[in-house]
Design a protein around this ligand. Structure first.
Ligand code: BG6
Ligand code: MG
Length: 223
């Protein structure tokens, strides 16, 4: 079976850049101020979840008023923006530049599909806007990951069928979203990506032909 890859769809946080740590530190500051327990282990569960969903997980069933929730999300984002504003192209994760450059030279389309409302600003800091044909973020869809909507919206923007697109994800919710959309999925890192079709520690040494070979080796995916 030959696998044709016409598009690469990237999650942003934890795939293109290590903003996972910045999200963690920002939630940590808020939860310390509010006396809510929150650990790095907790933070792993938040990969790919929207700001509101993340707060719900942190609150662990505790109900708070909507005005309080909005205030807490605003404060968390203010803390996050302080970290984000210091980002530079040096904050691209290993292999990102090489894979994007290879994809574009090969004529494959590229998109970011992120649950973050800060995706555009982060890509701007990383000076990566020009390397993507579409940037799809939390402003584009109602249902965030694990719903497939962000990835399906991105595939539509690129005019490709999900079966011809590969998603790169580092979070359980994102892998679930991509699988639900019918995409081929490369799971990065170790945290909760075991259901992806192909696994890699990060994007270093990940090339189009390597991904195609891995998918061909599985051989059971419908085309
Ligand atoms: C996802 C991150 O990409 O974006 C989550 O993995 C984050 O940790 C979510 O909560 C929402 O981001 P933002 O920037 O809109 O608060
Ligand atoms: Mg992520």
């Amino acid at each position: 079976m030959t696998v044709e890859i016409r598009a690469l769809l990237f999650d942003l946080d934890g795939v293109i850049t290590d903003t996972v740590e910045f999200h963690y530190l920002s939630w940590k500051q808020l939860t310390e101020e509010e006396g809510i327990p929150f650990s790095r282990e907790h933070n792993e569960l938040l990969r790919g979840l929207s700001r509101r969903e993340s707060l719900a997980v942190i609150l662990n069933g505790r109900a708070i008023e909507e005005a309080v929730a909005e205030d807490w999300m605003r404060r968390k984002n203010d803390y996050y923006l302080r970290y984000m504003n210091d980002m530079t192209p040096a904050d691209r994760l290993p292999g990102v530049t090489e894979l994007l450059t290879e994809a574009r030279a090969a004529g494959a389309k590229t998109a970011v599909a992120s649950a973050s409302r800060n995706a555009h600003a982060v890509l701007e800091r990383l000076e990566l806007l020009d390397l993507f044909d579409a940037i799809v973020d939390a402003h584009c869809v109602v249902h965030s990951k694990p719903a497939p909507d962000l990835f399906l919206w991105a595939a539509g923007r690129l005019n490709v069928n999900p079966r011809q697109a590969v998603v790169f994800e580092d979070g359980e919710a994102g892998v679930a979203a991509a699988l639900a959309g019918g995409f081929r999925v490369v799971g990065l890192g170790q945290a909760n990506v075991a259901k992806a079709h192909v696994l890699a520690p990060d994007l270093s040494n990940v090339t189009l032909s390597w991904v195609a070979k891995q998918l061909e080796a599985i051989g059971t995916l419908p085309t």
